[in-house]
Ligand binder design. Structure first.
Ligand code: DC
Length: 236
């Protein structure tokens, strides 16, 4: 009976025209990895919204606008074109027509994105792009900080993905080391805590657990276990 119900729900989701899953949570919780996995299993697209905030930050850095000049920053980002595309299953981010998917992972961009992401006009522009991506791709897993609270309050399934600070820092450490760079684990923990503080305490669209979200603490779960759980939740 239980399997039958899951099967019926699976069919219902397959027949739906638009299905949106949101995954929000703090830095290093594994949102991108899980969003990719879940999307792969379901044949959906995954959208890393943080990559867009990073692209906007890269624009500001490249334009050499001081970070306290919010007016010029808003003008420059509004004039720029930030778009998404896919190469196979991998999401790519374009800034003014150039693929910046690698460039936006630099330490300088990472350090400064919380500042740019706290600016209202920047969020307005990027939220509009995210909503139009949902119209374009129809079935997608969005991950970020406000995708369940602000961008898609009517999402079909909302997840808040969390993990212990040490686990999150170790994950980020492995990710950085896989690019051939070195990093100090203690410094990384401090940086992650600071980013979480900024992302949760800002006035606009702060990081919050959406009211109707399912909280998953992935500290002692494998990627497969978290993926299974989310797919199961959607089927239910
Ligand atoms: O997930 P990430 O580390 O790539 O995110 C980069 C920054 O962008 C992070 O400081 C939080 C911010 N962000 C946001 O404010 N809202 C989102 N929807 C996604 C990311």
């Amino acid at each position: 009976m239980f399997l039958f119900r899951i099967f019926i729900q699976f069919l219902r989701n397959a027949l739906k025209d638009r299905v949106i899953i949101t995954i929000d949570g703090p830095a290093g919780a594994g949102k991108t990895t899980i969003a990719k996995k879940v999307a792969g299993r379901l044949g959906f697209r995954y959208i890393d919204t943080g990559a867009m905030y990073r692209a906007a930050t890269l624009k500001v850095l490249e334009s050499k606008i001081p970070f306290n000049n919010t007016e010029e920053i808003a003008k420059a980002v509004n004039k720029s074109e930030i778009s998404l595309d896919f190469s196979g299953d991998e999401m790519q981010v374009f800034l003014d027509g150039k693929d910046v998917s690698e460039k936006i992972r630099s330490e300088e961009v990472t350090e400064n994105t919380s500042l740019i992401a706290a600016m209202g006009p920047i969020r307005g522009k990027l939220v509009a792009i995210q909503r139009s991506s949902a119209e374009k791709f129809k079935k997608a897993v969005f991950e970020g900080r406000d995708t369940g609270t602000i961008v898609f309050p009517d999402a079909d399934l909302k997840i808040y993905l969390d993990a212990g600070i040490l686990q999150r820092a170790q994950r980020r450490c492995r990710e950085i080391e896989s690019r051939g760079e070195t990093v100090d684990l203690d410094k990384l923990q401090r940086q992650i805590k600071e980013r979480d503080r900024k992302d949760s305490s800002r006035g606009i669209a702060p990081l919050r657990v959406p009211e109707d979200a399912v909280i998953i603490d992935s500290t002692s779960m494998t990627i497969e276990q978290v993926t299974d759980k989310i797919v199961e939740l959607l089927d239910q």
